[in-house]
Design a protein around this ligand. Structure first.
Ligand SMILES: [Fe+2]
Length: 245
């Protein structure tokens, strides 16, 4: 049984997504599943059993690795096959209310490790439509720890600002080209706690800037849409069918 707080929060998030700014921060409903997801992820990355709950220590360890070493670690995640399904099962009511029970979900949710420091690569401003994602899809992004002690989150531009920029670029016949990628956006990232996530539609521009911290930032994100909506995907292998109960 879903409690009333979740019902209210879910309908608020859906309103923001459909008629408001195009994104919403929400609380993850099934923290039991989400915590297990994080534990499994750390195990797949090779974190020792006695270190599984010491997230800050692990972030500290990651922050001293090179990008090549991080990439090597990410390959280990190929053994973690349930990440997408567990992520979707962590937010069942919101997803069901938005898309129904029958879904297309990203075959493998992305895990991102961002390292602090000015020399690190930024995620340039972009919107998900650039990768051939259908306009009926949604993205959920969730940090695997609190984000309030560093600036390592993602910034989002509301629907109005995002569409204005996209329309300007569209006149040149380009989708997410240099004009957008070279934009300097000094937006503050959404501050979030472990247990919160952000959902946004594929037209919302977002990215991240360099951040100062002693710790790396760890997050996961997934794309999904209703099974009953057209896919419009360039590559259907990207998604798989999944039913929520
Ligand atoms: Fe993105």
């Amino acid at each position: 049984m879903i409690n009333n707080n979740f019902k209210v929060a879910n309908s608020k998030a859906i309103k923001e997504l459909k008629n408001g700014c195009g994104y919403a921060v929400f609380s993850i409903e099934r923290m039991d599943i989400f915590k297990k997801l994080r534990k499994n992820l750390f195990q797949a990355l090779g974190v020792k059993k006695n270190m599984l709950d010491k997230v800050e220590d692990y972030r500290k360890y990651l922050s001293n690795l090179s990008n090549a070493e991080i990439n090597k670690l990410m390959i280990r995640l190929l053994s973690y096959n349930e990440i997408s399904e567990m992520f979707v099962k962590s937010c069942p009511t919101l997803i069901k209310n938005l898309c129904g029970k029958k879904l297309f979900i990203q075959r493998r949710a992305h895990t991102t490790v961002k390292l602090p420091g000015k020399q690190q690569l930024k995620t340039l401003p972009h919107y998900e439509m650039m990768s051939g994602i259908s306009p009926f899809s949604y993205v959920i992004w969730a940090p695997l720890h609190d984000l309030d002690n560093d600036d390592g989150g993602i910034y989002y531009l509301d629907k109005k600002r995002s569409l204005k920029i996209m329309k300007e670029e569209h006149k040149e016949g380009i989708v997410n080209g240099p004009k957008i990628l070279n934009m300097k956006i000094n937006e503050k990232p959404a501050s979030m706690q472990f247990g919160q996530a952000i959902i946004f539609n594929p037209f919302i521009m977002h990215g991240n800037n360099n951040f100062n911290s002693d710790l790396a930032r760890l997050a996961i994100n997934i794309r999904f849409q209703s099974y009953n909506k057209p896919l419009l995907q360039k590559n259907t292998e990207y998604l798989k069918y999944f039913e929520l109960h």
